[in-house]
Write a protein that binds this ligand. Structure first.
Ligand code: ADP
Ligand code: MG
Length: 246
């Protein structure tokens, strides 16, 4: 639910890789509590846009104002702000050499100096929420893809971020595991977490989002409520894209 408070304000964002202009000027505001899905063809810049939101990619120009601070400014300490931005990738980024529980506690204890016991209690609570409490002392190799992805999500949540970014979190999963992961994201969204989700799951985007952005060739070509985008798309590229994927 959109609270009306600005959380991330993107202004004139451009990104080039050498001569290739991947983001061609994006202006977009994400509000606190909002759930925003990003859809669009492969290569349209969705991942690059998401990665610019936490400076995994450095914008070529423009501003990314997160909680009032331009984090694209070279003078700021990005690590401090990045703690507030959780990210989940397509390929489950968990540490293979750490147990499930350790995967969750390592960053809060090291980077935020949360006491071990407190971090573990919190981690167990999170594991319970996603149905992984019995796996706490296993290593990730014992988990299915869907379980690893749920672990990646709670690992990010353990840092108590102000926003969660998801880049195609279910694309690498076997079909029968998609639902469990989407349910976890839905739970977060319903709990009020601000979420920005790049997804090819159109049914999910429709049901979970407050707003849907359609990206095409480095621009947000069209955006609106799920009803507007899915039932009454205006832009020819949106219409063409949806005719292929729906
Ligand atoms: P999407 O996520 O919508 O599929 P991406 O943001 O991954 O799109 O990619 C957009 C374009 O940028 C593509 O043409 C891709 O090849 C290019 N690109 C992405 N990352 C890099 C990179 N690190 N170096 C060079 N080109 C890149
Ligand atoms: Mg991508």
């Amino acid at each position: 639910m959109n609270s009306g408070k600005k959380l991330i304000e993107v202004k004139g964002l451009k990104k080039n890789f050498g001569a290739l202009e991947v983001l061609k000027g994006i202006d977009e505001t994400i509000h606190k509590g909002e759930v925003v899905s990003i859809i669009g063809p492969s290569g349209s810049g969705k991942s690059t846009f998401l990665r610019c939101l936490n400076l995994l990619e450095k914008p070529s120009s423009g501003q990314v104002i997160f909680e009032g601070v331009d984090i694209a400014d070279k003078k700021i300490n990005i690590d401090h702000h990045r703690q507030k931005i959780g990210m989940v990738f397509q390929h489950f980024n968990v540490f293979p050499h750490l147990t499930v529980l350790e995967n969750i506690t390592i960053t809060p204890t090291l980077e935020k100096k949360v006491p071990q016991k407190e971090a573990e209690d919190k981690a167990m609570k999170l594991l319970k929420q996603v149905g992984l409490e019995e796996k706490a002392h296993e290593y990730p190799r014992k988990l299915s893809g869907g379980q690893k992805q749920r672990l990646a999500i709670v690992r990010a949540m353990a840092m108590e971020p102000d926003v969660m970014l998801f880049d195609e979190p279910t694309s690498a999963l076997d079909p029968e595991m998609v639902k469990d992961v989407l349910e976890v994201i839905q739970q977060l969204a319903e709990g009020g977490m601000t979420c920005v989700i790049v997804t090819h799951e159109m049914g999910f985007a429709r049901s979970v989002s407050d707003r849907v952005l359609f990206m095409d060739e480095g621009r947000i070509a069209e955006q609106g409520s799920p009803q507007q985008i899915f039932d009454h798309p205006n832009h020819p590229r949106t219409i063409e894209f949806l005719s292929k994927v729906l």
